[in-house]
Write a new protein. Sequence first.
Length: 215
Amino acid sequence: MVISIALPELSLLLGSEGRLADQAFWNRKRLCHTDSRIGDEAGRRLKGILCGVERKATAPSAHCGDFLRRTIIEAFMVSLMSALPQDSRRSWNTGARLVTEAENYVDAAAGRPVHLSELCSALKVSRRSLHRAFADTLGIGPVAYLRRRRLSAIRSVLKQCDPATISIGDLAFEYGFPEPGRFAAYYRAHFGESPSETCLSTMRETQLALQRASQ
């Protein structure tokens, strides 16, 4: 698979990654031997996105399209970064402060899915530094944190909308989960019930509220 992106845009997306944001890095030919497991995971993720796009009946929204685009680029970037030596420069940001800034940024997005690359660019911090900050402060990585925030946003929508008028698969896709099976597993692990069970619970609560109102 080949991905093509203009250098200025690539520098913008990777502005927090030091040498990867330098256009000179990309103008030099190089052969990078990536970890086969990371390569396999990147291939699986790309395949899941393509299958999700084919299943979706309507075109993705603008924020969904941007999130998926970042996810595709991220799959290649993670493979590349696994083959490069770690940057020896240290960050002067404290872990707790970085996590607070990240939480504030996601809160300001008002439920819109925020991708890791967007968060790193906004905070001007590398992926490794952000991961270290989250692991030290919350005990989880930023990817898991952002996933949980997206799952919570989906749950809020499911509990507020009429279940008969919403497609769980399309909703999950809009929030960066193109693979229904994987999304359902994440959702159940986090909330202890399936998305459809949340919908049924919402429907029962609505019916009870209508019955009380009519009495």
